[in-house]
Design a protein around this ligand. Sequence first.
Ligand code: AKB
Length: 319
Amino acid sequence: MKKILVIGATGQIGSELTTELRARYGNNNVVAGYIPSAPLTEALAESGPSAIADVTDAKQIAEIVDKHQIDTVYNLAALLSAVGEKKPLLAWHIQIDGVLNLLEIAKEKNCAVFTPSSIGAFGNSSPKDNTPQDTIQRPQTIYGISKVTTELLSDYYFHKYGVDTRSVRFPGLISYVTPPGGGTTDYAVDIYYSAVKGEKFVCPLQAGTFMDMMYMPDALNACVQLMEADPSKLIHRNAFNIAAMSFDPEMIAAEVKKLVPDFQMEYQIDELRQKIANSWPNSLDDSCAREEWGWKPQYDLTSMSQDMIEKLKIKFGIK
Ligand code: AKB
């Protein structure tokens, strides 16, 4: 049985991934790593072991790995794209120094490592449509720079030291459980919350801004499926393009309106987010992930919207 540490277990992905991993591998085999400024929920604290795990503190991470005999680390600590632009040095510290700490520990203690990359690892000079797996990556944000560096380090530690590094380039992730914070794709989560609460949604991105998005259950499956994949089949050790759907604000608003007929949206453009979104791909080519480890998403915009609205109504007790 695997012994897993999730760093960033209270974040948007980590909170659900920790629960999913505990269900698959047993509660006691998954340590929820968190920092005091983002404390554990009662559910996470009570369902299995936990530890303060600041990825920038190498000694602390090494001690957790030793104490719990960890063999696999999911590292989800990150500042997302928009907030990273406001705190670039902190983003660098967490996403470069932190990743390097972890890879050194993984090399010494023989752990597999998953640190996600993102569509943010591409930039203005990357092909916009059906962006290939291997292409130009010159991002304009510190978030993107840190993700490209993580990809290169993952390759380096795999080829030089045999560390079992695996990763995906996540699109915008949509979930009704833990809200994201400080991302460029967050509008595609916020829109559902506004619709269910009967509020007018103020969209920060222009109509016609296309980006790849994914429903959280597919994202969680991607993490687990990739970490379970036959290593001999994996040609890419930096990060795989994965995709499920691509839409712009008009398309998601139309889908929401089908389910909440009174829904209304207006535009108030956030310049920083718009600039970042303009530099990212419209859609990714995920054929390498499909071929090398059988990636296949379950949700499209319609089925995701139905589930989001249904689950949010339950969450807020709305009939
Ligand atoms: C963000 O918008 O910063 C993230 C991402 C696409 O990596 N959701």
